[in-house]
Design a binder for this molecule. Structure first.
Ligand SMILES: Nc1nc2c(ncn2[C@@H]2O[C@H](COP(=O)(O)OP(=O)(O)OP(=O)(O)O)[C@@H](O)[C@H]2O)c(=O)[nH]1
Ligand SMILES: [Mg+2]
Length: 296
């Protein structure tokens, strides 16, 4: 195959800047979950963009931050490991917040990947005036010599094709790395667990979002061959948090279950029935053994 490029790009940046939203928008399918809470993404999630002239494997990573728990450290480790193995790094800063110490800290970490090409992506571009956007681009430009700088909006589909083109041009000549119909490496089980966590994140505040983990206990296919029963655990750190997740008369848990079932139904052809239990694993974010059990 001539003139075909393929390779890896990772989106890095502070929590909540829109890395996962951008990943989903470019891939054209919900690969990674989204929320307005920081630290929504907890693993390196791969999404694959297919074009006639190439293939981009996007590795969406957890937001980089000053860690306060062992979980926080593990999430930063995921980002460092990813930086070492990609062709292109897309450093994301949001248009609606000034470039600050958190961004400068992450920018310094990019030195770990001397060979990777580096572009700056100014996200959420539709939220600010032209003047503010221009000022932000200048600030970002001051951080280092970028291979490119591009403002985008995943919410309003602004410059997404441009970004795809820029990334593709920086990738090596290569045969396709994935089959042409594959959009992610995530398994059904992993995606289902994440969609339950996304539903559970809605409407909770403060420390609780960080305390929520989700595990899949069992998936049972019914005799009809098309219906799958998912038995899922929402794990929190304290009894009080368990009460909040369940809600008065089980009202919140019912809403979580319904939303999760709706979302999971969209990623599979068959019918899905979700059952959720809420469990407490004391201080799991700080406990190496429990972290291991939860997959971190
Ligand atoms: N207005 C606007 N909001 C956006 C855009 N992209 C993302 N958001 C919002 O920003 C918030 C964070 O989005 P995520 O994609 O979860 O951010 P992230 O960088 O992946 O966050 P972590 O995984 O926690 O590091 C969500 O509320 C999104 O809806 C955008 O282009 N415009
Ligand atoms: Mg994310």
């Amino acid at each position: 195959m001539t003139n075909y490029r393929a390779g890896f790009v990772t989106f890095v940046g502070r929590p909540n800047v829109g890395k996962s939203t951008l990943t989903n928008a470019l891939v054209g399918e919900k690969i990674a979950i989204i929320s307005d809470k920081p630290q929504t993404t907890r693993r390196a999630v791969r999404g694959i963009v297919h074009r006639e002239d190439g293939q981009i494997i996007i590795v969406d990573t957890p937001g980089m931050h000053r860690p306060r728990t062992l979980l926080g450290e593990r999430l930063n480790d995921v980002v460092h490991a990813t930086l070492a193995e990609v062709d292109v790094i897309g450093f994301c800063v949001p248009a609606n917040e000034p470039v600050g110490p958190g961004d400068r800290f992450i920018n310094e970490q990019l030195e770990e990947a001397p060979k990777a090409r580096k572009i700056a992506i100014v996200t959420k571009a539709e939220t600010v005036s032209r003047d503010v956007l221009a000022a932000r681009l200048v600030d970002v430009q001051g951080l280092r010599e970028w291979d490119d700088i591009v403002p985008v909006s995943a919410a309003e589909d602004i410059q997404l094709d441009t970004l795809t083109g820029i990334i593709l041009a920086l990738l090596p000549d290569s045969e396709p790395l994935y089959p042409s119909d594959m959009k992610t490496e995530e398994s059904f089980e992993q995606r289902a667990a994440e969609l339950v966590r996304e539903a559970a994140l809605e409407g909770v505040h403060d420390e609780l979002p960080h305390s929520i983990a989700v595990t899949v206990e069992e998936i049972v296919t019914r005799d009809d061959g098309v219906t799958r029963e998912l038995y899922v655990n929402i794990v929190v750190e304290r009894d009080s948090q368990k009460g909040i997740i369940i809600g008065r008369g089980g009202e919140r848990l019912k809403r979580i279950r319904e939303q999760a079932q709706r979302e999971i139904s969209q990623i599979t052809e068959g019918r899905v029935i979700v059952s959720i239990r809420v469990k407490v694993a004391k201080e799991w974010q700080r406990d190496p053994k429990q972290l291991g059990r939860l997959g971190f």
